[in-house]
Write a protein that binds this ligand. Structure first.
Ligand code: IPD
Ligand code: CA
Ligand code: CA
Length: 284
């Protein structure tokens, strides 16, 4: 077995196939629950929601992953105490694992709760801290975004490629409004104020992972948001980089699993985006 095969499969089971299978199964189930969830609770703030569907989907993914790869580590949003400090601690405790699955079972819970059809399942596998597989699945459109380190990214089997805009003026950018009202939201609002006059337009669809997948697929020129977690970003980061784009923190340092304040673009507009976000302290 070559070194490359060694990293992408153990005992003949493809990591990517397992990730796709998990995302598809969870996504199908989540879709059947749209409009039918029975419990709604608050987590970190009144804007941070969780339902039994988030928990059930994570349980399903976790048990499928660990059935195939019982010795792998697993970091899922619903297995972690709410809030930025607890999230950072949870990542710290597993980030050096040989194989680490990083899962957001429903990215876009607020949309799911309101019946706004824009949410996704996000599944990444990191090998010694580096993301090697990234899958984002949109069950409402049945769109599957898949990336493998060094092998490119695909949307439903078609090679995905970032867009070609070279200036902010011709760019469509996305962001989100983080539930952390104290720190992340005010910084995001500053960035919004600085960017709105400079870009073609801004969208805030409500699923960071799907926004990243859209940057990868060339549907958005870029995305930034303060206060995200590894499970929001890991799969999307590989989709963007394998589609020819660039992912960094908001200061421009290369992406790693610990990045919480992210900028992901087609590459051409990256420096311009970062420099606008940095003006007026928007980049901290
Ligand atoms: C949220 C979504 C949203 C972003 C929030 C995230 P969740 O994730 O990605 O787009 O703006 O910051 O918390 O809670 O729906 O998994
Ligand atoms: Ca999320
Ligand atoms: Ca979630």
């Amino acid at each position: 077995m070559s070194q490359e095969q060694n990293v992408s499969a153990v005992g003949g089971k493809s990591f990517t196939a397992v990730a796709i299978n998990c995302a598809a199964k969870a996504g199908e189930w989540i879709k059947t629950k749209l409009g039918n969830h029975t419990s709604l609770a608050l987590k970190y703030s009144s804007k941070d929601l969780v339902t039994e569907v988030d928990k059930g989907a994570e349980k399903m993914i976790r048990s499928l992953v660990l059935t195939h790869f019982p010795h792998h580590s697993f970091l899922g949003e619903e297995g972690v105490e709410p809030g930025p400090e607890a999230s950072a601690r949870a990542l710290q405790s597993v980030r050096d694992a040989e194989y680490l699955w990083i899962v957001d079972p429903v990215d876009g819970t607020t949309n799911f709760v309101h019946g706004f059809p824009f949410f996704s399942v996000s599944i990444a596998l990191a090998h010694k801290g580096e993301v090697i597989v990234g899958v984002v699945y949109d069950p409402m459109r049945d769109e599957l975004f898949v990336a493998e380190k060094g092998k490119g990214a695909y949307v439903h089997g078609k090679r995905s490629q970032v867009s070609e805009e070279t200036t902010l003026g011709e760019s469509l950018i996305a962001t989100g409004f983080p539930p952390d009202q104290q720190f992340a939201l005010p910084l995001n609002m500053k960035g919004l104020q600085a960017l709105v006059p400079q870009v073609r337009n801004i969208r805030a669809g409500g699923s960071a992972a799907l926004h990243m997948a859209y940057v990868a697929a060339g549907r958005l020129s870029g995305f930034w948001e303060w206060g995200l977690n590894a499970w929001d970003l890991a799969a999307g980061s590989l989709l963007v980089s394998e589609s020819g784009g660039r992912v960094s923190d908001i200061k421009g340092n290369p992406y790693d699993l610990g990045v919480r304040h992210v900028a992901a673009t087609n590459g051409h507009i990256h420096d311009e985006l970062i420099s606008v976000l940095q003006k007026d302290n928007a980049a901290g």
